[in-house]
Design a protein around this ligand. Structure first.
Ligand SMILES: *Cc1c(COP(=O)(O)O)cnc(C)c1O
Length: 385
């Protein structure tokens, strides 16, 4: 084993000279906020996904909020969310004075299943928010069937899943609305940013209106040469627009998306091969008929094979220069949502104590990945039983 003092971060963004040049060009242009670069980014994104409408916003949280709002979620409604997700998925439901209802997940893949939804469905269920955990798509067929039968809207949290596909269908084209994240650690980044996709023109128009104060015309359309100063406030909207600075980064990142994804696939394969022969480390399960975005490579540390717990192993990895994370502390284990009945969420609860997410990003070298494998292998062998 080679000791090294360098620290392998859990994540580093894959941005370079092209992104820097694109930002510089926007700054030189004199137009910084939503304008021509945002329009171009929306069109290129819609084309990449194969969807009619893409609305650029300043976060996935904003996209989820606007998606639920466009779908008509309001006070008294319930929205089903998997407990195995990030804060953002549920908080947007509360923004709308509706109630997030927590559901369990597949015991191995950790994605929301139709049966998890059925277990908490009520007459007040207005929407379902599947979260494609780590970049692994939920099994959308049964979820869409259930939603269509009941007249329930499906708003997907696809913060992890660009690019990903379920049985050959691209994520972003399946549910009624889908939210993507361009947060700094995500598979495409603009620093902060997000996109809402839909094939439904009414949803897209409503989200666009609400993304910028509920006013009829954005600033670019008012201030460009042929624009008019007049506008009309039509609804109490939000301030969720993306800047041209961010969109310029996004356009470059979109051109690199395939290559960055392929690199993550290579690292996932390298990890798969290594952990196949290491019974104490079990990669989170997956179906064969999907395309995985590999935003996360999460493993479970099998308690019956180890004399120390997950938290101690994370500390040892850190001491030896490997950054990791845990996705997620299920929502029902936080103060805000603590009243949810954990007894009904056994799969997420059981997974939480064993999960650790390993570094996986396009800037990692094979040597970086091998170092992760060797360090983790060494730690679990030392503490195995
Ligand atoms: C990152 C993330 C979000 C929020 O994305 P932002 O762009 O930071 O708002 C939402 N859901 C999940 C599952 C995430 O991981």
């Amino acid at each position: 084993m080679t000791e090294t003092t360098s620290y392998l971060a859990f994540h580093a963004a894959d941005v370079g000279d092209d992104e820097i040049e694109a930002v510089a060009a926007v700054l030189r242009s004199g137009w910084l906020t939503s304008g021509p670069r945002v329009s171009e980014f929306e069109a290129a994104f819609a084309e990449t996904i194969g969807v009619r409408h893409a609305v650029a916003v300043n976060s996935a949280t904003a996209a989820l909020h606007l998606g639920l709002e466009a779908a008509g979620v309001c006070a008294g409604d319930e929205v089903i969310i998997p407990t195995m997700t990030f804060a953002a998925s549920a908080e947007v439901v509360i923004y709308l004075n509706a109630t997030p209802v927590l559901a369990d997940c597949d015991p191995e893949i950790l994605t929301l299943r139709a049966e998890d939804i059925e277990a908490v469905l009520t007459s007040r269920t207005k929407a379902i928010m599947p979260v494609h955990y780590g970049g692994h798509p939920c099994d959308m067929g049964p979820i869409m069937d259930l939603a269509r039968r009941r007249g329930i809207v499906v708003v997907e949290d696809a913060a992890h899943s660009l690019p990903a596909a379920d049985r050959g269908r691209q994520i972003g084209t399946i549910g009624d609305l889908t939210a993507f994240s361009f947060y700094a650690t995500k598979t495409l980044t603009t620093g902060e940013g997000g996109m809402l996709t839909t094939d439904n023109a009414e949803y897209a128009d409503r989200a666009r209106l609400m993304s910028l104060h509920g006013i009829s015309r954005n600033a670019w359309n008012r201030y460009k040469k042929e624009g008019s100063w007049r506008y009309d406030i039509q609804a109490p909207g939000f301030k969720y627009n993306l800047t041209d600075i961010a969109a310029a980064i996004g356009l470059v990142q979109l051109r690199k998306l395939r290559a960055m994804w392929q690199r993550r696939c290579e690292i996932a394969r390298l990890y798969d091969e290594a952990f196949f022969s290491l019974p104490a480390v079990q990669p989170v399960g997956r179906r064969a008929d999907i395309e995985h975005a590999w935003h996360l490579y999460a493993v479970r540390l099998v308690p019956s094979r180890l004399r120390i717990g997950r938290d101690a192993i994370i500390e040892e990895l850190k001491a030896r220069g490997i950054g990791t994370s845990v996705h997620f502390i299920p929502l029902h284990m936080h103060s805000l949502y603590g009243s949810a009945d954990a007894g009904n969420l056994p799969n997420a609860t059981a997974a939480f104590g064993e999960l650790v997410s390993l570094p996986i990003y396009s800037k990692m070298t094979n040597e970086d990945a091998i170092r992760v494998v060797e360090t983790l292998s060494d730690i679990v062998k030392t503490h195995s039983r």
